[in-house]
Design a protein around this ligand. Structure first.
Ligand code: SAM
Ligand code: DTB
Ligand code: SF4
Length: 328
């Protein structure tokens, strides 16, 4: 089955599930002439979403730095000399104040990130209280706390967690060049626990980790072939951090990023594709192309976890300039 037919069939709610996307099929998509790729992505995007609407998620680092994992891209790993001071878990009232600000600024989802290998029992209890309180404000809740067990996933779901973010980051064959303290299988086990607990999955990756073009296609194929596709797919560009092994990695060509977003849109037709970290390096025209390619979610607010993001006012101006609106 060619890529176009495959994608079109996936769009039919009543049609049987097509065979999973293969790396070769995704690669063929990514390599299509740019106008053909964007036309397919636009067609699928419009069949599933209002292309003028963008979902806004605000991130908050509730526990920063001092992480025992050795992810080669990360500012927060204890294995790298990044100069980032470690902090304790943020108190509930501070988290709630930040969530109220995010809601007032127009975000619909609030994502709490912690620099842990995984939460310990006391931390999990604290995060569950945060989730319940943030949800009570009328925000969707998301957390990214590292690896979690099925019991921990159930506790978070019971507390009201809507989404759990856990990225596959890159292709399985490239993963061990980036992270040695856990495996791809560990990542998949956490994703299975999140699903089994009935939460939505937020899972994507990073481009610019020294991966090959084939690795990029393999990551999209893997995401699209999960037992159930993720509802939310963050596409991050590496934000190079001084002191990490990837500090000097070459930047990604913005048009390559647009192609990858288009391929993700086609292979994951019903997912929110989030133009995530690295947006600061894109000008308005490149971001507009990403939206045309099917990105329909962004991180909203002046900071990601440890690095800067566009201030709210700039994003509001960008959406207004494009005649687009926040989902609300
Ligand atoms: N500690 C948890 C974990 O790794 O599962 C949650 C937080 S972690 C910072 C969340 C994700 O942010 C990572 O999986 C990675 O995809 C992304 N990320 C971290 N540092 C990044 C960077 N410098 N550039 C781009 N993406 C990054
Ligand atoms: C995701 O995919 N990207 C976000 C979120 N999930 C947690 C994190 C981006 C982090 C960028 C680097 C930093 O700010 O430290
Ligand atoms: Fe720790 Fe997450 Fe950073 Fe890896 S990505 S070092 S697990 S905070």
């Amino acid at each position: 089955m060619d890529a176009a037919t495959n994608a079109a069939e996936r769009n039919q709610a009543s049609a049987p599930l097509p065979p999973a996307w293969t790396e070769a099929a995704v690669r063929a998509l990514i390599d299509l002439p740019f106008p053909d790729l964007l036309f397919q992505a636009q067609t699928i995007h419009r069949a599933n979403f209002d292309p003028t609407r963008v979902q806004l998620s605000t991130l908050l680092s509730i526990k920063t730095g001092g992480c025992p994992e050795d992810c080669g891209y990360c500012a927060q790993s204890l294995h790298h000399q990044t100069g980032l001071p470690a902090s304790k878990l943020m108190p509930l009232d501070e988290v709630l104040a930040r969530a109220r600000e995010a809601k007032a600024a127009g975000a619909t989802r609030f994502c709490m990130g912690a620099a842990w290998r995984g939460p310990n029992p006391r931390d999990l209890e604290s995060v569950c209280a945060m989730v319940t309180a943030v949800k009570a404000l009328g925000l969707e809740t998301c957390a990214t706390l590292g690896m979690i067990s099925p019991d921990q996933a159930t506790a978070l779901a019971t507390a009201g967690l809507d989404y759990y973010n856990h990225n596959l980051d890159t292709a399985e064959r490239h993963y061990e060049a980036i992270v040695s303290t856990r495996t791809y299988a560990d990542r998949l086990a956490t994703l299975a626990a999140v699903r089994a607990a009935g939460m939505h999955v937020c899972c994507g990756g990073i481009v610019g980790l020294g991966e090959t073009e084939a690795d990029q296609a393999a990551l999209i194929a893997t995401l699209a072939s999960l037992p159930e596709p993720p509802e939310s797919v963050p596409i991050n560009q590496l934000v190079p951090i001084a002191g990490t092994p990837l500090a000097d990695a070459p930047p990604t060509d913005p048009l390559r990023l647009v192609r990858l977003i288009a391929a993700a849109r086609i292979c994951l037709p019903r997912a929110y594709i989030r133009l995530s970290a690295g947006r600061e390096s894109l000008d308005d025209a490149a971001q507009a192309l990403c939206f045309l390619a099917g990105a329909n979610s962004i991180f909203y607010g002046g900071k990601l976890l440890t690095t800067p993001n566009a201030p709210e006012a700039r994003d509001k101006a960008l959406l207004a300039r494009l005649g687009m609106r926040a989902l609300g």
